[in-house]
Each structure stands twice: as C-alpha cells, then as structure tokens.
Design a protein around this ligand. Structure first.
Ligand SMILES: Cc1cc2nc3c(=O)[nH]c(=O)nc-3n(C[C@H](O)[C@H](O)[C@H](O)COP(=O)(O)O)c2cc1C
Ligand SMILES: [Fe+2]
Ligand SMILES: [Fe+2]
Length: 394
C-alpha cells in the first residue's frame, strides 16, 4: 500500500454463507495490514479459512524479522481465529487492545494473555517508531469491544468492520480502481444493513468521532481500501445509520403459494409504472434471500408487502422477513399492504401489527384484501392503492 504498510489479508470464494447466514456469491475478503516500522505492527488477523495465505503473506514481508505487536480492533473469529497461531509463531508478540477485548480473548483462547497485552483506551497514543497511533472506541459497531486505530503519520484509519463489504478482492486493492458504485454498493449496503444495521446510533457516534480526523486512507476489515471519495462512502453510512431511505424508491415484496398474491403484486407494479413510478424493485420472499430484501428496504423509501395467509398468520418467509426488518430497527418508511386467504384472511392484520411496532412507519390505510384470487371488481381497489402510493411518492 506504501513502502511500510502492506495488505496481508486474503479472500475466500468457497464459503457459501458468511456467519453461516448470509449468501456471498461474490466471496468475501478478510483484511489484515502489516506495518514495518522500527517495530512491526499487524492490524488484526484473519479467518481460519485463509490462514495459510495469511501467514505466507506475513512471512514474505517480515523476512525473518520478529512481529512485535498485533492490534486487535475486533475480537470476532472472522478476524481473530488466527490470533492463537500468531502467538505460537511469534511468541514475543504483544497484543494491543482495549480492556473490553481481554475477557473475550480469554474466552476464545487459553494462551497467557495478561503477560502480553498492552491495554489502550480512548485517545491513548502508541508509537511503533516513526508512526504514532491513536485509538477510538467504537462499541457495538458490530461487537462491544470494537475500536478503530488511526495512524497519525500517514493519516490511515483502520476501521474494523465499519466500511467493510462482502465481495472477494480480485487484484484491485483500492476502491478507486473499481466501479464501486456499480459493482459493489449493493453488497456493501447488504453487508452494512445485515451485520451492523441494528446499531445505527453506535455507527453515528463513530462517524462523529472520526469526522474530526484527516483520513487519507480508510482500511476496513472486509473489502477494498479507500483513498479517494472517502466522504461519499461516509455519507452512505450516515444515511444508512440514520435509517433514512437512501432513495425515493419503491420496493414490492410478496409471499405467495399458488401465485394469486404474486399476480396482484405484478398488477400493482404495472399500475405504479403507469403512474410514473420508476425503478420499481420487486422480490418473491421465497426466491430471494431475506438479507437482500432487508438491504433493499434500507435503500427504498416506500415498501409494499403482499402476503397470503398461512396457518392463521403471515406466509412464513414473509413473516421472517418482517421480523428481520424489525430486528434491524428499520424505520421511517411508507408502507402498503395486500393480503390474501381462502377462508380466514389474517395476514394483513398481522403484517399491520408487526409493521406498526416499528418506529415511525406510515402505513397506508387501504389494505387490499383478496379472497383466493383477484376478481375484476377489485381492480378499482388496486388502482386506488396505486394512486395513494404514487401520491405519497410525489
Ligand atoms: C399451509 C397453508 C396454510 C394456509 N392457511 C390459511 C389460513 O389460515 N387462512 C386462510 O384464509 N388461508 C390459508 N391458506 C390458503 C392461502 O392463504 C390462500 O389460498 C391464498 O389465496 C393463496 O394465495 P396465493 O395464490 O398467492 O398463494 C393456507 C394455505 C396453505 C398452503
Ligand atoms: Fe464483526
Ligand atoms: Fe468482520
């Protein structure tokens, strides 16, 4: 990255589910960085899956020099599963971390920790020779012990999971060497909303803290490194963490067993298109992973949920999705509902309750209720709903 700082991470393109939960068809990178100052300093380690590459990378740079320090910004196994092996290979290494990190290291490992830790707190400084670092605590920017480290000499921020993204590194280390907005932004939003989305206020606190720093290089633990347009990316984080929609845009999500709810959703989408609504996004909750739809809900200002009734409740994948949205604190959206059922239609009422329990949701009044299938006279109801949605988007 420069004469002294090296990316020593790696990429996993084999893993199907990150955290055993999120599909990553484009893979994932685990970033770690090595500084060869008067002392050598490693910033975080990596997931077990890429341990071999990681140690090879480190050795090719250290060339027999000892590793003096490892800074642990985040003690989650995707970054710390190889910390134990670091200690085995470099027995004199000191671990730089904050007080909240120590008990978590002890939970995961049995090596002697107390004799090798350098405990740092907010705004402490630490020097490796030419470089001096300062530390800012970032609790709940994923886990409670998270901190970020700022290199005051080169103005580099090691930002832990913040500003990370799903996606393999494909030879280009820097975001400005990629078409980030075109090729990466959706995955980056999906990463943020699903992994950190619940902790918006904590992210806002971190954003305020780092806004006072002159950041020339932003080094997250996943995905490309930023050295241009950092403010653009930070602004995305500002929007996502404030739960404000990123775009005035509409997403329709439907849950349908036999296709009749789907049909109504398709017709509504067409009516909205006729009314000038552009860029409509539409998902079948059984076909698209909830992490994608959750991410889209963070992007869009207006949401339509259409669901069949299922065992007296909401169609299960739709229920899962709505619970996920609530769990991730989605708020400030305008929402419309379509329900369907053959004998006791319940899904609309229950969706309204669930959505109503989220913060600051405007739920449009006209729920459209289908009984098994859409009948011609109900077209007027869908037209009225389309009018109402279009008006609320204008
Ligand atoms: C397992 C199962 C449970 C269902 N439970 C209910 C129910 O509790 N109440 C109801 O009115 N319809 C229930 N239905 C019927 C569907 O909600 C109804 O046929 C609906 O019109 C299907 O819409 P679709 O064509 O979009 O799948 C159930 C269907 C299935 C397969
Ligand atoms: Fe994490
Ligand atoms: Fe991570």
């Amino acid at each position: 990255m420069n004469e002294q700082l090296f990316w020593v991470g790696g990429t996993d393109r084999r893993l199907a589910l990150f955290e055993n939960a999120y599909p990553i068809p484009k893979g994932i990178s685990y970033n770690a960085y090595l500084l060869t100052d008067e002392k050598t300093v490693l910033f975080d380690t990596v997931d077990r899956a890429i341990a071999e590459q990681f140690f090879e990378n480190i050795e090719s740079i250290l060339k027999g020099r000892p590793l003096d320090y490892v800074v642990v910004n985040h003690m989650e196994p995707d970054h710390c599963a190889t910390l134990g092996e670091i200690v085995l290979r470099y027995p004199n290494v000191k671990i730089v971390c904050n007080a909240k990190t120590v008990p978590i290291i002890k939970q995961f490992y049995n090596f002697d920790i107390d004799s090798r830790t350098v405990i740092v707190k907010e705004n402490d400084t630490f020097s490796s020779g030419e470089h001096t670092f300062t530390f800012l605590m970032a609790p709940m920017v994923h886990w409670p012990e998270v901190m970020v480290t700022y290199d005051m000499k080169d103005k580099v921020l090691f930002s832990a999971d913040a500003f990370g993204t799903f996606g393999a590194m494909n030879g280009n280390l820097f975001a400005d060497e990629l078409q980030f907005e075109r090729d990466w932004l959706d995955d980056s939003r999906r990463y943020y909303t699903n992994i950190v989305g619940k902790y918006g206020p904590s992210v806002q606190t971190l954003l305020k803290k780092v806004s006072t720093l002159d950041i020339q290089v932003l080094c997250p633990l996943h995905g490309p490194v930023w050295r241009r347009n950092i403010q653009w990316y930070m602004d995305k984080y500002k929007t996502w963490s404030s739960y404000e929609p990123e775009e005035r845009a509409l997403m329709i999500a439907y849950g349908s067993i036999y296709g009749n709810t789907e049909n109504a959703a398709n017709i509504l989408a067409g009516l909205l298109g006729d009314r000038g609504v552009k860029g409509i996004a539409m998902y079948d909750v059984s076909a698209t992973h909830p992490s994608v739809i959750l991410s889209e809900a963070f992007r869009c200002s207006h949401l339509v949920f259409a669901s069949a009734t299922y065992n007296g409740g909401i169609f299960s994948n739709m229920e899962h999705l709505l619970m996920d949205m609530k769990a991730h604190s989605l708020q400030n959206r305008t929402v419309a509902i379509i329900e369907n059922g053959s004998w006791g239609v319940m899904s609309g009422k229950q969706m309204r309750e669930l959505l109503g329990s989220m913060k600051n949701m405007t739920i449009l009044e006209n729920t459209v209720t289908l009984k098994s299938s859409l009948k011609e006279p109900q077209m007027a109801e869908l037209e009225a709903l389309a009018d109402q949605i279009a008006a609320s988007m204008a």
